[in-house]
Design a protein around this ligand. Structure first.
Ligand code: SDX
Length: 428
């Protein structure tokens, strides 16, 4: 029996179909609302709006649960690896050993970028933020990979996904090398995905570089924890750009641009800078009060989330990883980690944070690990972007392959002037 909801407005009543998900709240299908009642719904920020059907990722913010194709992030972080998670997000099932080998070989063989792309970097100032470089260079991929821009061809969609997953680490590493005046380092096919990224960032031609397996495992885990997250701002940007038929490289460049904001993926850089500004545990109360002060625009970066009203499960895994990496690297009593842990403890006991259900999110601890690995804060969001690329392109593929796809075109509540006639300049 199909469920429905009645909505009465004035002298009209409309029956709205109700659809039930695998998990989460039912949805009211309002697609015929405007046609039947001549009204719009109003939901800036989309706090109560489902923008699409998706079978990729599910979040239960109340209990702090994150599933990728049904598998809990804790189990994936513990037992899987980033490239296997890429396969799962793209194809919906865990790969067989043969499927995994084929996928790994395919991605590995796409890690180099067209040699002409090296020239793009030289057009930027050395002190350009790596996110600015990545937006430009990823968008420019549209100018190089014409054989994977026809979105109506399933195989070209697949190749675009391979290229983006494979080349984003290379482009991010090139942005980093360019910013520090070191030569680009080519990818190596004998290294796994995370090790290859560390190699391209930290090796130099003047000496051999051995990837530390502890850091490589931590890097892989950080990539997994950032891979996908339902219809967040940057994923929604990718979907909206893709709904117009734009090519996949342009859509991912749009997602990178959106992720850069400090309210979203830029929070990891802002959070570490905030922890450094706080500096010592005794200054935490001062910043807690600033965060609570309505007249002060300051917010605790790395805290709060639109969906999680409990612990972000990724933050829990990240916190364990931070302890493990710093310990294994012999970095004891890291002052920034001490401030982070004490800040978390104090905030979680404070009525303001408890009443608003503000908990640490994925960005709260990630910067501490990346800093310990030797990355500058300017590389934190690029690492988020290269990790989220698989989520963006999986969601994009899901949308583009839906025959019911329509261009996204929201309406508005118009609050501007009523119609009026033009007045000549001489008469004003
Ligand atoms: C990511 O959507 C995703 O899934 C994103 C992400 C992903 O994987 O894609 O999870 C990645 O972006 C994580 C979030 C990273 N951003 C930050 O850490 C920046 C700091 N956090 C906030 O700016 C904020 O919490 C947001 C943007 C994350 C969520 O904002 P919402 O859902 O719009 O909530 P809100 O701004 O309406 O806040 C509700 C209340 C407000 O107070 P009132 O107006 O009700 O009195 O809580 C307060 C806010 O002032 N509040 C905070 C706070 N976050 C919210 N107060 C102090 N410090 C904070 N961090």
């Amino acid at each position: 029996m199909t469920k429905s909801a009645s909505l009465t407005f004035g002298d009209k009543t409309v029956e709205l179909p109700v659809r039930s998900p695998t998990a989460g709240p039912d949805v009211l299908d309002i697609r015929k609302l405007y046609g039947e009642l001549d009204v719009f719904t109003y939901d800036p920020g989309f706090t109560s709006t489902a923008s699409c059907d998706s079978s990729i990722t599910y979040i239960d913010g109340d209990v702090g649960e994150l599933l990728h194709r049904g598998y809990p992030i804790e189990q994936l972080a513990e037992q899987s690896c980033f490239l296997e998670l890429c396969y799962l997000l793209l194809y919906g099932e865990l790969p067989s050993p043969e499927e995994m080998d084929k996928f790994r070989t395919t991605v590995t063989r796409h890690t180099m970028v067209h040699e002409q792309m090296h020239n793009f970097f030289r057009g930027f100032r050395r002190d350009a933020h790596p996110m600015a470089t990545m937006v430009g260079v990823v968008g420019a991929m549209s100018a190089f990979y014409h054989d994977s821009t026809d979105i109506s061809d399933p195989w070209q969609r697949e190749v675009a996904a391979f290229r983006l997953i494979a080349k984003l680490p290379t482009i991010a590493a090139m942005a980093y090398k360019y910013s520090i005046g070191q030569p680009f380092v080519y990818p190596r096919n004998d290294l796994d995905y995370a090790s290859n990224f560390l190699h391209m960032c930290f090796s130099v031609p003047a000496e051999t570089y051995e990837v530390n397996p502890i850091l490589s495992k931590a890097m892989d885990r950080i990539m997994m924890l950032h891979a996908d997250h339902e219809q967040n701002a940057s994923t929604s940007t990718v979907r909206l750009a893709g709904s117009s038929g734009a090519n996949p490289f342009a859509c991912i460049a749009a997602g990178i641009a959106c992720l850069w904001g400090p309210a979203h993926g830029g929070a990891n850089q802002a959070c570490l800078e905030m922890l450094r500004e706080i500096g010592t545990v005794d200054r935490i109360p001062e910043y807690i009060e600033k965060a609570k002060n309505k007249d002060d625009p300051f917010r605790l970066m790395g805290f709060g989330h639109r969906v999680y009203k409990n612990f972000d499960p990724r933050a829990k895994v990240m916190k364990e990883s931070a302890d493990e990496v710093l310990e294994l690297m012999g970095i004891h009593n890291n002052p920034t980690l001490q401030v982070a842990k004490e800040l978390e403890r104090i905030a979680l006991e404070d009525d303001y944070f408890i009443s608003k259900k503000l908990y640490p999110n994925v960005d709260f601890y990630s910067g501490i690990i990346l800093d310990a690995m030797g990355f500058p804060t300017s590389m934190f969001t690029p690492i988020f972007a290269l990790s989220r690329t698989v989520g963006w392109i999986s969601q994009w593929k899901e949308m583009i392959s839906d025959p019911a796809l329509k261009i996204g075109r929201p309406r508005q509540l118009y609050t501007g002037p009523a119609k009026r006639d033009y007045v000549d300049l001489a008469k004003r």
